[in-house]
Design a protein around this ligand. Structure first.
Ligand SMILES: Cc1ncc(COP(=O)(O)O)c(C=O)c1O
Length: 375
């Protein structure tokens, strides 16, 4: 057995939870206000302030944030929405929930985000909107996509579920451009509430609709058994919000730490044959490091590489499958070979362990194990 296998396993992800989270969760438990209490409002206020936006609406997940976003834009049957095939499935499913059709467009080979030229080429008279995904925390080409949307009268919903803290090509924080934008707080995200999400509304009327729909269609002045329209239970509990408040307080430091771990990887991977490190950002763009995904050269057996890493105690994952190839999207007419850039990326991308507590020696161990696995 190689020496590395005798040391502790290194997981793919691990949240950073400390006494501040414990204190705030306990505060909520002792308050007796487990939902719709002051902690939820505080999390919304503090994250909105951090983002530099007027308002933010907390919900139960990134998926429910996307669903409410689709409803807010009024996308439904007969509408086509241009989006990325290289994403997590929720960014397409949220359209299907409302009967709208995802129209996949290929991605840029470096950023792996929607390619504006591909979006332009896929426009039709049924196009109702664009749903860009800031994949792996890399900011999408928003100025270009906004220009297309403006020219053709399309709505925009940004899936920023992986991109809290990213900065776009105009130096603006992702989610703060005035479009509807969604964030997710699952346990591997830059900020976690265990399960949770946030949606940044485009104006106060949209914010009111989002708050009503997440809460069974109630308006603020309505009783528990009053409902002004269709709604859902997409509320975030105050226990989860307490985690969110504690995490927002240390968000800057956690993001810096993630960037530092990414820099350690970049250094450690120099000279590892067959592996291309991800870009931190071109020009003014700054990735918010969500995952550390490398690209393996064509011809490398990724599954065998993952298995060899596992033997050395290191978790790694093929990341991401193209979503147009899932059975329910194939039913819409999608199939292999339609989006060559996304499909090539999907065939060669590998996520390595990535979290704030990874230290220099662990990153070195992962890089050495990867080199050994490829040799
Ligand atoms: C790009 C993207 N969109 C949407 C989601 C859905 O978020 P959640 O898992 O909180 O529902 C995720 C979560 O992994 C994601 O990565």
């Amino acid at each position: 057995m190689p020496a590395a296998a005798r040391t502790d396993p290194i997981p793919l992800a691990r949240p950073e939870i400390d006494t501040r989270e414990e204190t705030l969760v306990l505060e909520v438990l002792r308050s007796g206000r487990l939902s719709l209490g002051p902690m939820g409002e505080r999390f919304e206020r503090e994250l909105a302030e951090w983002l530099g936006v007027e308002d933010a609406v907390a919900v139960s997940s990134g998926t429910t944030a996307l669903h409410l976003g689709v409803r807010a834009l009024g996308w439904g049957p007969g509408d086509e929405v241009l989006t990325s095939p290289f994403s997590f499935v929720a960014s397409a499913n949220c359209l299907l929930y409302e009967g709208a059709k995802p129209i996949f467009c290929d991605v840029d080979p470096v950023t792996l985000d929607l390619d504006p030229a591909a979006v332009e080429a896929a426009l039709s008279e049924r196009s109702a909107g664009i749903l860009p995904v800031h994949i792996f925390g890399y900011p999408a080409a928003m100025p270009e996509l906004e220009a297309i949307a403006a020219r053709h009268g399309l709505g925009l919903l940004e899936d920023a579920c992986e991109a809290l803290g990213a900065v776009d090509s105009e130096g603006r924080r992702v989610g703060a451009r005035g479009n509807l934008a969604t964030f997710a707080f699952y346990a591997n995200k830059q900020l976690t509430t265990g399960e949770g999400g946030m949606i940044v509304p485009s104006d106060p009327a949209v914010a009111a609709k989002l708050r009503s729909e997440r809460n069974q269609g109630r308006a603020p002045d309505m009783g528990w058994l009053d409902h002004g329209g269709v709604g859902f239970n997409y509320r975030l509990s105050d226990l989860a919000a307490a985690l969110g408040v504690a995490q927002t307080e240390k968000l800057d430091r956690m993001l810096e730490r993630r960037a530092a771990v990414a820099a350690l990887y970049e250094e450690g991977l120099v000279g590892v044959e067959g592996v291309t490190a991800p870009s931190a950002g071109r020009g003014a763009e700054r990735r918010s490091w969500f995952v550390y995904v490398v690209r393996l050269d064509d011809g490398i057996d990724r599954d065998a590489t993952i298995a060899r890493l596992a033997e050395q105690g290191i978790a790694a994952k093929a990341y991401l499958p193209c979503i147009h190839l899932f059975p329910h999207l194939r039913e819409l007419g999608y199939g292999g070979g339609q989006f060559p850039v996304a499909e090539a990326a999907s065939a060669g991308t590998l996520a390595l362990p990535f979290f704030t507590a990874l230290d220099e020696s662990q990153v070195a161990r992962v890089c050495e194990a990867l080199a050994r696995s490829l040799s």
